[in-house]
Design a protein around this ligand. Structure first.
Ligand code: 5AD
Ligand code: SF4
Length: 456
């Protein structure tokens, strides 16, 4: 953390003394945003604010925005409207940050249509939050702190984690891929990797605090670049797995084009790495993939999956798919269904293509009509859901290692944990079992969205 920000933390804290001021953060979007929100919360706690869940009761409201898909914008405007109403009767500070604030047209729209917003900050200026809050509350300025160029990496921001045994650790920022549908490279800038030693130090600290599960985050984790000693993503994975106390390691998201053999080896050799790998497909058609600038073909994706499954027993995959990319024909969409059938993904995150202004695909004139996009979405969903039961039944009578996450949400007397493939399992609790423990459980029942088991 920069020393001048420490100064502003103290100034705001002094000003807030005895006032019992509350803040609330509403996070939209991906796990990278969740991780940024944990850092925002860390800074606000140090400034003497108290976190509450209901943003309608807060004195300081932060919206951490996402712009990957269109509906996020409508949602944000709705929320701003709610705060406007509250502001009429109460002094509320409204701060909006995150990816959407890196889009010029969005910032202009907020400046013009929502001038009551106190503070706008981008993804590269989050670390200036103490100074910006100071300006907004003490000097009552309207603050707009956005940097167009890639920000530096700021280490050592305070962080308030929202889980006691699972933690996310950002290993790299930005993206260089420019998939033609995606706004991320424009709002998060170019790839910048954190120093491996800093990452390992953070994870060792988490292990000491009792964290068991780590998720390494980045837009494209397998293009991580380290240094002489820990050169790449495979090296980093191997080092993270050596840390005592960490029992499970996940990462999101890798890019199929960068899924090198050394990463496959690292997974195969380290049991701590989850046996569910997220491998975004986006489309199963080679022509569409080319137009998306994904840099792999249908066949290359399928042979990568075969290679991974061969080398890593019990591996399952999850994926992201976009339906209705401009120009996508019914036949081309069928290729996506074909890949879904062949790979038999355990989880599919499905998205309807949405135009992102400023991206290459947004300029295309052959946009797919909404109703066709929705029809394809439904067809994909139906196929995916038709496989869920079958996939769950494969677990019956197997013994799974679970990381205990807590009490079952539906049954006080049962505990809930997740397999290394991210399946929720509920089982009879035993006095000795605690959150964060790893236990062996035999699966006795398969339900659609969870499994049931018994401790063995
Ligand atoms: N429209 C629909 N889905 C998108 N994604 C990214 N950009 C778009 C877009 N313009 C999806 C991709 C990505 C996930 C995080 O969001 O599938 O992997
Ligand atoms: Fe977007 Fe593609 Fe980068 Fe992922 S890899 S963030 S989809 S441009």
């Amino acid at each position: 953390m920069q020393p001048n920000q420490e100064k502003f933390i103290s100034l705001v804290k002094e000003k807030n003394k005895g006032k019992n001021l509350k803040y609330s953060i509403l996070t939209m979007g991906c796990q990278l945003n969740e991780n940024d929100s944990e850092k925002i919360a860390g800074m606000l706690d140090e400034m003497g604010y108290i976190e509450i869940d209901n943003y309608k009761e807060a004195d300081l409201v932060i919206f951490n925005t996402c712009c990957v898909r269109e509906n996020a914008e409508e949602r944000l405007f709705g929320k701003i409207g709610e705060i406007k109403k509250i502001k009429e009767s109460k002094n509320v500070i409204l701060a909006i940050g995150g990816c959407m604030m890196q889009e010029k047209n969005m910032v202009n729209k907020i400046k013009k249509s929502y001038p009551f917003v106190n503070l706008i900050f981008g993804t590269h200026t989050m670390q200036n939050l103490p100074e910006n809050i100071y300006k907004a509350i003490i000097k009552q300025e309207k603050v707009r702190d956005i940097l167009d160029i890639d920000g530096e990496i700021f280490e050592g921001l305070p962080i308030k984690r929202n889980n006691e045994y699972k933690a996310s650790v950002t290993i790299m920022y930005g993206c260089n891929n420019f998939c033609t549908y995606c706004i991320v490279p424009y709002v998060r800038g170019r790839e910048r990797s954190r120093e491996p030693e800093k990452i390992l130090e953070e994870i060792k600290g988490l292990a000491k605090e009792g964290y068991k599960e780590i998720t390494l985050l980045g837009q494209n984790v397998n293009s991580y670049k380290g240094n002489e000693k820990i050169k790449n993503f495979a090296d980093l994975l191997n080092e993270v797995c050596k840390i005592d106390g960490i029992e499970r390691v996940n990462f999101i998201s890798p890019h199929p084009k960068d899924f090198t053999d050394d990463v496959i080896e690292a997974i195969a050799n380290n049991e701590k790495i989850s046996r569910i790998i997220h491998l975004p497909l986006q489309s199963g058609n080679t022509k569409v993939l080319k137009e998306m600038n994904r840099k792999y073909t249908k066949e290359q994706y399928l042979s990568l999956v075969d290679k991974m499954k061969e080398r890593i027993p019990n591996l399952v995959l999850s994926t992201d798919i976009i339906v209705g990319f401009p120009g996508e024909t019914e036949e081309e969409f069928e290729d996506t269904l074909d890949v879904v059938k062949k790979v038999n993904f355990e989880q599919v995150f499905m998205f309807i293509y949405s135009i992102r202004e400023g991206t290459v695909a947004a300029e295309r004139e052959d946009q797919i009509p909404e109703e066709i996009k929705h029809k394809r979405f439904d067809k994909l969903k139906e196929l995916y859901e038709s496989r869920v039961d079958e996939n769950n039944e494969k677990y019956l009578n197997t013994v799974q290692k679970l990381l205990i996450e807590g009490k079952s949400k539906n049954n006080e007397n049962m505990l809930e944990g997740r397999t290394t493939t991210n399946k929720v399992v509920i089982f009879n609790s035993n006095e000795k079992n605690k959150i964060g423990d790893i236990v062996s459980v035999k699966i006795t029942e398969a339900h659609r969205w969870y499994l049931k088991g018994e401790i063995v």
